[in-house]
Each structure stands twice: as C-alpha cells, then as structure tokens.
Unconditional design. Structure first.
Length: 269
C-alpha cells in the first residue's frame, strides 16, 4: 500500500487537485479519485440478486475516516454491518466476495469471519480472487460456500506475525539512555518496547499471544476447508494448481465463471 496515500495532508492535496480537474472532461467522463489509483469499490446488487462486495487493501477494525475516504482499506465493522444488512435485503440472493488483499490486522478478523460463516445458513456466499487473498483476507474468504481463484492469483499465507523496530543501538550511539519504570511485579508491562530488545519472558509472552491468535485462524480454516493439506499452515502462499491441490480453493476459474456460479446459486435460492 502506498503510504503517501494515507497521509491527511496528501489526501487534502489530492482532493483539491481532483476538484480542479473535474472542470476538464476526458472523453465525456469527469475525473474522480478512482482515475488516479486503485481503491475499494462500493457494494452493488445486480439484477440477478448478486451482491458484489469488494474486500480490498489493508484489512482491520475501526479505521479512521481518512483511510476509508481514500478507499485504501476494508473496515471489519463496516463489512460486518454491510453483510448483515445484505442478508436482510429481499433483493439479495447470493453474495460475491471479490477478494483483493494481502491481509491486515488480526483484531476483528475472527468476528467478521464468523458473520460470513453464519450467512451461509440463509444465503449463498462465493469468494473469488484474481490477485491475492492472503492471510486475514484468506481467513475471510475461506468461510464462503465456494472459493474460486484465477490461475495466477495467490492464496494462503495462513499464519500470524508481528514485528517492530528497536532503536536501542541508535539511541546508545546518540548518547540517549531510556528509563522504563513499571509497577512492582508487572514485569510484562513493557513487552514490545521499541527502546530495547525484549527479555526472554517478554518474548515468550508475545509468542504465546501470537500462537493463541493463530490457533483461531487455523481452527477456522480447518472448519471451513475440510481435508485441507497441513502444508498450508506453515504460512506459505500458493497459486494455480498448487493452491487447488492443497485444498485452499475449490476451482481455478475466470472472474466471469466465478460470478456465473454466484448467479446460479442466486437463481436457485
């Protein structure tokens, strides 16, 4: 994701430029932000009763408005609310999850994945990617009734990771010595500090937290993808025939073929 696109001052500048350029016409079409860079598309319900939901960009809960305005993220809270609303909409007969994300934050992923899984009791859900549906995005997509992928798209990356920078060496060279204080007995309070290397106890604590988070991920995938190969839980990502043979996807298709499957399910509802 282009970090420049999430800076408020850059967003304001871009907005001003677009407003100015909208006075110019290109082939009879006014310019908007989607003409400048890829962004999350709004949900649309077609005449066949298929609701197309674009899951795009960095995934996470409670994103700030500027991130959503730029269309660079998918917010879990918004997605869950939208899914529930669509399930109650009499026009909607099936949902097409158009997946285009390398993942995002773990916080909120299990909750919205449970919503997708629960929807299958009353409405058909089809997932498709022709780019990548990895990590948290795969977490969401695997709950669909059918999961399709183009031959070159990547799926998988089933695992949980976290990283941060430590500035201990830089501060030492600069003559800066950080002082950390915490209440007596709260020896895990500073876990994740950027001022120093973690203690063995802190590292074990953080590792345990990641392992527990990942156990939810793995359990969800096993529940949704019966017979999936254990190889995928090493965290690798796969495309085409390899993804199919490992059980990550149901079929290699084109976008049109995947959408037709969603239409067929809608018509049979």
């Amino acid at each position: 994701m282009n970090e420049m696109l999430i800076m408020p001052q850059y967003a304001a500048q871009m907005d001003a430029q677009i407003a100015e350029m909208k006075t110019h016409i290109l082939g009879g079409k006014q310019l908007n932000m989607s003409d400048f860079y890829r962004m999350k598309r709004p949900t649309a319900v077609d005449e066949n009763g298929v609701a197309n939901i674009h899951v795009y960009g960095m995934l996470g809960a409670k994103w700030g408005g500027i991130y959503k305005l730029l269309g660079a993220v998918t917010d879990y809270d918004d997605l869950a609310a939208e899914l529930v609303a669509l399930s109650l909409d009499p026009r909607v007969k099936s949902i097409f999850l158009d997946l285009e994300s390398g993942g995002g934050k773990a916080l909120g992923t299990p909750e919205v994945s449970d919503v997708i899984l629960a929807l299958r009791e009353t409405i058909s859900v089809v997932a498709f990617t022709d780019t990548y549906a990895a990590s948290a995005c795969y977490y969401l997509g695997c709950g669909a009734e059918l999961f399709y992928s183009s031959r070159s798209a990547f799926t998988g990356s089933i695992g949980t990771k976290g990283d941060w920078l430590t500035y201990a060496g830089f501060m030492e060279n600069a003559g800066i010595k950080p002082i950390e204080l915490s209440s007596s007995g709260s020896n895990l309070k500073g876990a994740g500090s950027t001022y120093r290397e973690p203690t063995p106890e802190e590292k074990a604590f953080i590792q345990g937290s990641m392992d527990r988070t990942n156990k939810l991920f793995e359990s969800h995938v096993r529940l949704c993808r019966a017979g999936i190969n254990d190889e995928v839980f090493k965290g690798g990502y796969y495309s085409g025939d390899e993804a199919l043979s490992l059980g990550l996807i149901d079929e290699i298709t084109t976008r049109q073929e995947a959408y037709e499957a969603a239409t067929t399910l809608a018509k049979s509802a």
